[in-house]
Design a protein around this ligand. Sequence first.
Ligand SMILES: O=C(O)CCC(=O)C(=O)O
Ligand SMILES: [Fe+2]
Length: 290
Amino acid sequence: MNTQIDLRIGRQGGALGISLPDSSFRLRQEQGVIPPGALQDIHSWRTPIIQVKNFLDRETYEPLALNFDRLIAEQGDEREDDVPAVEIGGTIYGKTTKEYLDASAEAAQKMLRLFAGSLHLPEFLRAAVQASVPAGCVVRALDHGGRLASDMRAVTWRGTGEYALKLHTDEEQFLTESIAALPVFGCSSPIAANVYPRAASSTLRVYNRILSRDTKRRLGLIERLGYPIDEELLADTPYIDVLLDDGDLILALGSLAHGVPYRPGVEKRQLFNSFLIVKPDDPSQIYMVA
Ligand SMILES: O=C(O)CCC(=O)C(=O)O
Ligand SMILES: [Fe+2]
């Protein structure tokens, strides 16, 4: 692996991967509702990042945030891999199919406690996405062998360097053979669906760069499931810092490199997140997985 060469090629532009046309690399803002056709607009790069302001109202997001605080205080432990975070929910990241389904089952009861006094956020999000897709498309949780997979997780990033969550790309976790048995396997363009019960004046930084498979291979990012990307690699790449408010929803193309810049107070920030995966061999099936 020769990072120097990658940097040099990156500065000349192009060879690291691809960028969206400047005219489409922009943030689209909506109020309250996911606009019809949002997923196609993201996949087609027409509007790769959509921010839905006031997706949740205060009566909805405040109890979610307090429930998360309470459950994390009870649970206490950090994630065991190299991603600094505290989280609730089974996640597919870095797991085999069986491990993911086991973790999903284990987390299910605790997830329900997150929604007490508020609404069942996965169902609310699912219905909102369903209302935005063309007739004939179905948005749903994933089940496999009669077992239900986690469709949401709640997380606070705990990195203390330049990034609370370092730069990364979301698709590699769906391209790894360890989940080959699942219908979401092979999706190279997951859409992140991020809901923020407590934004803590933070941002989501999204770079205009989709790293090529070749670049990821050379940087060892395939084995590391897309995390982390050295920020130096993207030093000359344009980015958007999406300013977040409590109750916002972000829908974004997960193959664009992105991360969460550190700022004081970010340890209070909460993300409830799903990935929307259009089934590679049947685009009428859209899965919500975490
Ligand atoms: O916390 C955020 O705003 C982004 C999270 C993210 O990129 C991820 O969970 O993959
Ligand atoms: Fe991500």
